[in-house]
Design a protein around this ligand. Structure first.
Ligand SMILES: Nc1ncnc2c1ncn2[C@@H]1O[C@H](COP(=O)(O)OP(=O)(O)O)[C@@H](O)[C@H]1O
Ligand SMILES: [Mg+2]
Length: 299
C-alpha cells in the first residue's frame, strides 16, 4: 500500500539549500513507496471554529507528517486533528528552548554542565540583579558560557571572560530567555554529534574547530566520521529518549576524563553534514522508523 506524508517546513526558509533537503527526503520516501509532499507552515491555516480544531484548506489527511519546522502551534494543531507527527509537537517544543531541554534531561538524571537559568523579567527592569550575577560568577567562575534559549549554529552562544563582559551580556539579554553554564574547557572546539533514530545511534561524527570554542560546522569546524564508545552511544540514546524524540542529533561534550556530557539535543538535526562526513543517509532510517511506528499503530 502506498502511504502519503507531508513534509512541513518553514515558509520563510524556502532557500535553495532547504529545497534541496526537501527533495532529498522526497526521493528517499519514494524508494519506500511513500508519496511525500512538502508543505510550508504558512500554507496551512490553523483555527478553532465552533470550539473545534480546524485546518484550512481542508486537504485529505496524510498517513503521517515529517515535521521539519519549529512552528509549535501548527504542530500541536495537526496532532490534535489526529495526524501522526514526527517529531511530536512536545519534543519539538522541549528541544527548541535550551532551558526546557536541560530541565527535561535533568528529569531523566542525565549528565550536563552546571547550568543556571536567568530569571524572567518584565520590560520595566533594565538591569539584572547584581546578587544574581554574583551567584553566577561564584558558581561557574570564568570563563563561563552564556546561551540564549533559542538559537542555533552556535550563533547565540557566548564565552564570557570577566564581570564586565558578564554585566554587558546579561543586560543585553535581559528580556530574552537565556542561561549561564559551566565552560567544559576539555571540550574546547570539539564535540561529538550522534544521530539517534528510534532508539539507535545510526551515524556519528566528531567536529573540531581550531579557531573557536564552538564546534559547529557552519562556524568553520572540520568534521569526520567516528565510532563512539558505548558510553557516548548510551548517553545519546538516553538523551533522545528523555525528550521523547523519534529522531534527533545529540551533541555531546568531552569532560576532563574524555567521558561524555550532554551539550544539547536537536530535534531537527540536518542530515546533509552527517552525510558528507559519514556517507550515511539518515533519512532512510527516519522513514523506516516512521513506517515501523505506523505499523505498530496499525495504519
Ligand atoms: N558548556 C560548554 N562548554 C564548552 N563548549 C560548549 C558548551 N556549550 C556549548 N559549547 C560549544 O558550543 C557549540 C554550540 O553550542 P550549542 O549549545 O550546541 O548551541 P547551538 O544550538 O547554537 O548549536 C557546541 O557545539 C560546543 O562546541
Ligand atoms: Mg549544537
Amino acid at each position: 500500500m502506498k502511504l502519503t506524508g507531508w513534509l512541513i517546513y518553514n515558509g520563510g526558509m524556502a532557500t535553495e539549500k532547504f529545497i534541496d533537503l526537501h527533495n532529498w527526503y522526497v526521493k528517499t520516501a519514494k524508494t519506500l513507496q511513500i508519496e511525500l509532499k512538502p508543505i510550508a507552515n504558512n500554507q496551512l491555516f490553523s483555527q478553532i471554529e465552533n470550539g473545534q480544531f480546524k485546518l484550512e484548506p481542508q486537504l485529505a489527511k496524510p498517513d503521517f507528517i515529517l515535521y521539519l519546522d519549529k512552528d509549535i502551534h501548527l504542530a500541536n494543531q495537526l496532532e490534535r486533528l489526529g495526524m501522526p507527527i514526527f517529531n511530536s509537537a512536545q519534543t519539538i517544543a522541549v528541544c527548541d528552548n535550551k532551558i526546557t531541554m536541560h530541565q527535561q534531561l535533568a528529569g531523566a538524571g542525565l549528565p550536563q554542565p552546571l547550568t543556571i537559568f536567568a530569571p524572567m523579567l518584565f520590560a520595566q527592569i533594565k538591569k539584572p540583579k547584581s546578587t544574581f550575577l554574583d551567584h553566577v560568577e561564584q558558581s561557574l567562575s570564568y570563563p563561563l558560557i552564556v546561551k540564549e534559549a533559542y538559537g542555533s549554529f552556535g550563533e547565540q552562544v557566548y564565552l564570557i571572560h570577566n564581570r564586565t563582559e558578564l554585566d554587558a551580556i546579561a543586560t543585553k539579554l535581559i528580556h530574552r530567555p537565556h542561561l549561564f553554564q559551566e565552560y567544559i574547557q576539555s571540550s574546547y572546539g570539539r564535540d561529538m554529534r550522534l544521530h539517534v533514530v528510534g532508539g539507535q545511534v545510526v551515524a556519528s561524527m566528531e567536529r573540531v574547530s581550531s579557531h573557536d570554542f564552538r564546534a559547529n560546522v557552519t562556524n568553520g569546524a572540520k568534521m569526520f566520521a567516528t565510532e563512539p564508545n558505548d558510553r557516548f552511544i548510551e548517553l545519546a540514546i538516553a538523551a533522545s529518549q528523555a525528550v521523547g524524540a523519534d529522531f534527533s542529533g545529540v551533541d555531546l561534550l568531552f569532560d576532563q576524563n574524555n567521558e561524555p556530557i550532554i551539550c544539547e539535543v536537536n530535534s531537527n538535526a540536518h542530515i546533509k553534514t552527517i552525510y558528507q562526513a559519514t556517507s550515511i543517509d539518515v533519512s532512510q532510517f527516519i522513514f523506516k522508523h516512521i513506517l515501523a511506528k505506523l505499523k505498530g499503530h496499525s495504519i
